[in-house]
Design a binder for this molecule. Sequence first.
Ligand code: ADP
Ligand code: MG
Length: 267
Amino acid sequence: MHTSQDLRQAEAVRLDAVSKTYGRGDSQVTALRGLTMTFADGTFTAVMGPSGSGKSTFLHCAAGLVAPTSGKVTVGGTDLAGLDDTALTKLRRSRIGFIFQSFNLLPALTVMQNITLPLQLAGQRPDKTVIRDVVRRVGLGERLGHLPAQLSGGQQQRVAIARALVTRPAVVFADEPTGALDTRTAGAVLALLRESVDIAGQTLVMVTHDPVAASYADRVVFLADGAPAGELRRPTAEAVAARMTRLGAWDDETGRTSAPQHSGGRF
Ligand code: ADP
Ligand code: MG
């Protein structure tokens, strides 16, 4: 029998039979169909699937941003359904980080103000050591007084990563974090995300359609039509691309068929 403390150490996130249906009647769409999945502490998982397969809905449910229609989401041993809005917001701010494809920085705030914003929202006193460590890891020491518009895309995403890590969350969710970046910049951002798992012990769940990005993960889980469609452990870009070809019909958000790339990655 596990105590909740054991579970908290073993599983950062757990989904049990999670379903999500949007709308009603004729316009009803089922985005997730009874998804069960666990994400162990200190692991990096990539989530892949065709456009519309439910990847973003899955991330939003797992992060407590969207309530499932049925099923259960547990973060760090806490059942999200048992929390009222205030408690859920508090848990999200302290235990969960989120990284978006479009960075979502506040344009009027400096780099430092953007990074420390989650601490202010969570009512936590900024720990100078933690902030210094996060800033050093993302390599933005010289830019702390700059505004987001004065930074490149890769630098803006590094600010967003620092912002997601500064509360030292149990789990960080990233939805296509390298989708807006060129290959070289994406590589630097992925290396940073990998480091947050290997060095800081963070748990990372990343949606991507890029086999090279997926190859940075410990495991790739595939979604198709709101349900699991297999997984790969210790993925190489080649193995991921081969699996994608077998599953078929992989379009990215722009509607182009994404050509698998074979350079880079960990191998
Ligand atoms: P993916 O991220 O894999 O492209 P999504 O989770 O965004 O998939 O979408 C899964 C399905 O749910 C799609 O059919 C999409 O149109 C639908 N969907 C997503 N969000 C909403 C929403 N807010 N309202 C209605 N339908 C939605
Ligand atoms: Mg999506």
